[in-house]
Every structure is written in structure tokens, then in C-alpha cells.
Design a protein around this ligand. Structure first.
Ligand code: DGY
Length: 430
């Protein structure tokens, strides 16, 4: 752990709790005011993890609100638009999911895609912290979590690894991993639009217009197909198997299996998913860069990108043949790890969202996975870098790996959450 006085740690703990309360909209938490004014799927699951450090009841409420937005077909959307906010684009009107057959009647307005399935992992941790307080609540959530994973396996795992139908589904919106596949999307017929994100944050920290045109084209493409998963899988030019989705779902299935045991439920189906995902992960191993990367399912090409998702195999529960040498190389490439793209790559940009910056939540999953695998020094490095960035630069959305410049949104929910749950010297192992 990097050297921090107990007083400073207490101060940061208080600030992190303040941020979670600040971003609490009553039952759900926004990632940060302005830039992201709704409930995002994996942000919300991380928020629950943060709340569990000091308010376990509120932690369960967060997961309950998230899972209440689940579609009838099992999908949990990446955004739930609880209260309309003109400061965000694209809003519910652009997604047009209200009549999507998979959604079902009476559900909250939402996007038509999902995000990394980390909810079961945090449900398991929060339950484990206080089984008495959590037993009834987790029992009610369990069938929804199973349905969510079942949907992912049916709708996105045709290659064994889990595919994204839109870059926003990976959470790593503009990662260079998608460049080849995005070049195959011709953004003709995109209705005129005005971006809102660049009104909140310096454009050099956000995706480019070329990316945005394709993001919106893909939204229109899904909408025109009524958000039908089979049609989108068959017809979209964009289909990429992604290590983030694959390893987070693999881990979430392992945690769901533990929950099943605790609740006396059968875990046979879940074990089948884990086996399929383990086999699928092998299709993402790229021997040329000695780590996992993304595979364009339309061309078969691996992206050739070393990213922070390349090191999620440990979090996924894998132990053999993991990319420890590549991790050491990345450690040497920048003072702060783990960058979202290889600093030695010509595509690296230290401030541009997922093309270089360090993200606390990815560090938490990489760091916990490393520790569980017994790679203690590596785990300590990732945790110390995260603690140093937050202590010196605040609770930013992401940070430049070379000089720690804070970037994106400020007072950020998931950065506060991983501080409380993991990076703080006072964090209790959940
Ligand atoms: C955004 O609006 O930038 C989000 O990442 C989409 O999920």
C-alpha cells in the first residue's frame, strides 16, 4: 500500500461516502450529475458495492432498483431513464424501446442493450457481509440474476465468448479494440443530432464524432429491428466478442453459483454456463500479444490490443496461462496502472476515455483477481496506484496513466465505490 496517513484515509472515506449520497437519486445512483444523469447498469452495481461499506440497506435497494428494470426476456438494460433529463443524449426517445417485444409492458424507459453483468458478483459480496440482513433480499433477486445470465448466454454467447452488439455494451465505449469492426459500420442515414457529453466534459477526453455517428447508427439499427436479439446478431455489421463481458459474466456466474448453494438452489445450469465461457475465453487469447483481446466475429480478426480488460482472466477465476509477463510490461510502460490501452501503441491517447486512461473499477477487478490468484506484489501495485491517483487527484471518472491527470466526470460514483470497497486502507474485504 502506498503511504497514506490514517487522517488522510479517513478524510477520503468521508468524501467517498459524501459522493455516493450526493449522486443518490432515491433508490438509484447516477454515475455523476450532468454527464450521466440516469441509472447505468454496471455503475449501479458498483454503487451497491460502495454503499455496502456503510449502509447495507441502501446497497440492496440499489440492486433491487437495477433488477426491477429487467426486460421480460431477461436483459437488464444499460440505462434506465427514470426521470427525463435534456442534458443527456441519446435519451429514451432515440432508443425507442417502448414497444420492443422483448421488453414487456409496464417497465421503466430504457436503452435497448446491456452492460457487463457484475450485479451477481456484488450481490454475493453484499450478502456475505451480512447474511442475516441480506437473506430475504437476495432470495428475491436470485431468479432475476439467473434470468439475466441466461439472457446473456442465449443472446450474446454464440461464439462461447460474450459478444457486444454496440460498443456501449462493453462499457469500454471507444476502445481501440473495436476500431476494425467500427470501420465496417457505414453511418449513412443517421438522423441529425446534438451531442451533450461534450458540453459537460472537454471533447479531447471523449469519443470522436466518427465514433458517435456509428454509435447512433447502431442504435437506429437495433431500433428498426424492434431490439430483436436474433435479428441483430444475424444482420448487424458490428459484432465483437469482448473480454470484459466474457470475464465479468464468468465471474458473476461463479458468484451466482455460490449464491445458489447458499440458498439451497440447484447450480447445474450455472455450471454449464461457466464451462461454456471458459471454452469461449480461449477464443480471445492472442498469442501475438500474449494476452486476451477482442475478436471481430464478422471477420474473425483479433484486435491486437492490450487493454485493461486483457487482465480480467484472474477476476474471471482462471489461473493457468494468464498474461503475467504482459502485465509486467504494461506496469513498466507508465507510472500508473492499469492503462485502458497499451502506452506503447500508436493508438494510445492518455486522456481519451477508453483509449489509454486508468479506470478505478477495472483496477479493482484486476487487483482482486490478482490477489485471489496469489500474485500479491502485482495486486499491491494495482491497488497502490489506484489509491495514489484518488488521494492525489480526487474521485475522477478516469486518469492519465503517465501523469495522473484527472479526466471525464468528477465526483464519480464508481470511483468512490471502489475506494470504499477496496482501495481505501480502511476497506473491509467483502
Ligand atoms: C455515454 O453516454 O457516454 C455512455 O457511455 C453510453 O453508455
Amino acid at each position: 500500500m502506498f503511504d497514506m496517513t490514517p487522517e488522510r484515509a479517513i478524510e477520503l472515506d468521508a468524501e467517498a461516502r459524501r459522493i455516493l449520497r450526493l449522486n443518490d437519486r432515491g433508490g438509484y445512483t447516477v454515475p455523476t450529475a450532468g454527464l450521466y444523469p440516469y441509472q447505468w447498469n454496471w455503475d449501479s452495481a458498483f454503487a451497491a458495492y460502495g454503499f455496502a461499506a456503510f449502509d447495507i440497506d441502501r446497497a440492496w435497494t440499489e440492486l433491487e432498483t437495477l433488477m426491477a428494470g429487467q426486460w421480460e426476456n431477461g436483459m437488464v438494460p444499460h440505462i434506465q431513464f427514470h426521470v427525463a433529463d435534456p442534458g443527456y443524449f441519446p435519451g429514451a426517445d432515440v432508443w425507442g424501446t417502448e414497444d420492443a417485444p422483448g421488453k414487456g409492458a409496464g417497465r421503466v424507459a430504457s436503452s435497448g442493450i446491456s452492460q457487463p453483468a457484475v450485479a451477481a458478483s456484488f450481490a454475493w459480496r453484499i450478502y456475505r457481509k451480512d447474511p442475516g440482513a441480506g437473506a430475504a433480499r437476495v432470495r428475491a433477486l436470485f431468479p432475476r440474476l439467473v434470468a439475466f445470465h441466461r439472457w446473456f448466454m442465449a443472446a450474446r454467447a454464440e461464439s462461447g465468448a460474450v459478444a457486444i452488439s454496440h460498443p456501449w455494451e462493453a462499457g469500454r465505449d471507444n476502445a481501440p479494440d473495436w476500431d476494425e469492426a467500427m470501420a465496417g459500420v457505414v453511418p449513412e442515414g443517421v438522423a441529425p443530432y446534438t451531442r451533450r457529453d461534450t458540453g459537460h466534459v472537454d471533447p479531447k477526453m471523449r469519443p470522436t464524432k466518427e465514433d458517435y455517428d456509428r454509435y447512433i447508427w447502431l442504435v437506429q439499427f437495433g431500433r428498426e429491428r424492434g431490439w430483436d436479439d436474433a435479428a441483430i446478431a444475424a444482420e448487424s455489421p458490428f459484432r465483437v466478442a469482448d473480454p470484459t463481458l466474457t470475464f465479468t459474466l464468468m465471474r458473476a456466474c461463479r458468484d451466482l453459483g455460490l449464491l445458489a448453494e447458499a440458498l439451497g438452489e440447484d447450480r447445474g445450469e450455472i455450471d454449464g454456463w461457466i464451462a461454456r465461457l471458459e471454452a469461449g475465453a480461449e477464443t480471445l487469447w492472442n498469442p501475438e500479444i500474449a494476452c486476451y483481446d477482442a475478436r471481430n466475429l464478422r471477420t474473425g480478426q483479433l484486435s491486437g490490443c492490450v487493454s485493461n480488460a486483457s487482465f480480467l482472466g484472474w477476476w474471471g477465476g482462471l489461473r493457468d496461462g494468464q498474461p503475467v509477463d504482459t502485465l509486467h510490461r504494461i506496469f513498466d510502460a507508465a507510472p500508473y496502472s492499469v492503462p485502458s490501452h497499451d502506452p506503447a501503441s500508436p493508438k494510445f491517447e492518455g486522456l481519451r476515455y477508453w483509449r489509454g486512461p486508468v479506470w478505478g473499477i477495472m483496477n479493482m477487478m484486476v487487483g482482486v483477481g490478482l490477489a485471489e490468484a496469489g500474485l500479491i506484489e502485482e495486486a499491491a501495485r494495482v491497488r497502490a496506484d489506484t489509491a495514489r491517483l484518488i488521494s492525489e487527484r480526487g474521485f475522477a471518472e478516469y486518469f492519465d496513466p503517465h501523469d495522473g491527470t484527472p479526466a471525464g466526470g468528477g465526483t464519480f460514483t464508481w470511483t468512490a465505490a471502489i475506494w470504499l470497497g477496496w482501495a481505501s486502507p480502511n476497506a473491509e474485504e467483502l
